[in-house]
Ligand binder design. Structure first.
Ligand code: SF4
Ligand code: SF4
Length: 236
């Protein structure tokens, strides 16, 4: 048994999700991500169960472990009670722990997501918040949303929100003592350590790519090479 496989075995999600795969392909047939991406959860489970470290390392550095949407449809269908989605969570965890996530385009997206989402949670108490939502980063939301963001106090007020106000209501200001509690939860559960790991590995990769951390974050967030999607098959 290889060292990487041993590491995976320590993860409770792996213990729960990995039994014996019979390669039936039911997980792939049901998987919504496999509809769009060049992605096959059956192959991931099969690769892992071979317990070969070289193959597992290649998987940890690959695009494929980042395509899963963690919907868990596969978990309910597998005749052997495997959970491809759970195995993938353990693989992602190890990929981040070892810094391998920076080797793939989809893995590198962890950096901007960590900055924005955990930054919002810890500073504002919300996962997504209009105060930090930049229209320039989301042109797909359309020109109306640019107007909404420029008039957010009025628009959200009309929709019944208590935008950045005290007391109760949607989008209210979260009191500092609640934010301190959130920070304590992150500290206690390993979230803070995880953010640090992502930050360090991403800064190292940014330097390798000749970018500042901000340029790297923006590039990782917006850049999408060809080759991820099934729909590209004919044209590649
Ligand atoms: S459904 Fe279960 S047994 Fe079948 S290929 Fe997927 S993980 Fe293996
Ligand atoms: S959890 Fe992942 S692998 Fe399983 S069906 Fe959903 S997207 Fe596919």
């Amino acid at each position: 048994m290889g060292k990487l496989y041993e590491e995976l075995c320590k993860d409770y999600r792996f213990k729960e999700g990995m039994h014996t795969c019979i390669n039936c392909g039911t997980c792939t047939a049901i998987c919504p991500a496999a509809e769009f991406y060049r992605y096959d959860p059956r192959k991931i489970v099969d690769t892992v169960q071979r317990q070969n470290d070289e193959e597992i390392e290649a998987l940890l550095k690959s695009e494929t472990i980042w395509y899963c949407g963690e919907c868990m449809s596969c978990v309910t269908r597998c005749p052997r009670k495997n959970g491809a989605g759970l195995i993938i969570m353990a693989l992602r965890n190890l990929s981040i722990k070892l810094g391998y996530f920076t080797e793939s385009e989809k893995g590198r997206q962890i950096y901007p997501l960590t900055r924005v989402l955990t930054g919002n949670v810890l500073k504002l108490g919300y996962c997504v918040h209009p105060a930090t939502y930049k229209y320039e980063d989301h042109p797909e939301s359309g020109p109306v949303y640019e107007w909404v963001l420029n008039n957010k106090e009025e628009v959200f007020g009309r929709l019944g929100a208590n935008y950045r106000g005290q007391g109760t209501g949607i989008l209210r200001e979260i009191p500092q003592n609640d934010l301190d509690e959130l920070q304590a939860i992150f500290d206690e559960t390993g979230g803070t350590e995880r953010i640090k790991l992502v930050e360090e590995a991403s800064r190292k990769k940014a330097a390798e790519m000749g970018m500042t951390p901000d340029e790297y974050a923006s590039y990782a967030f917006t850049h999408c090479s060809r080759g991820h999607f099934n729909s590209e098959k004919e044209t590649l």
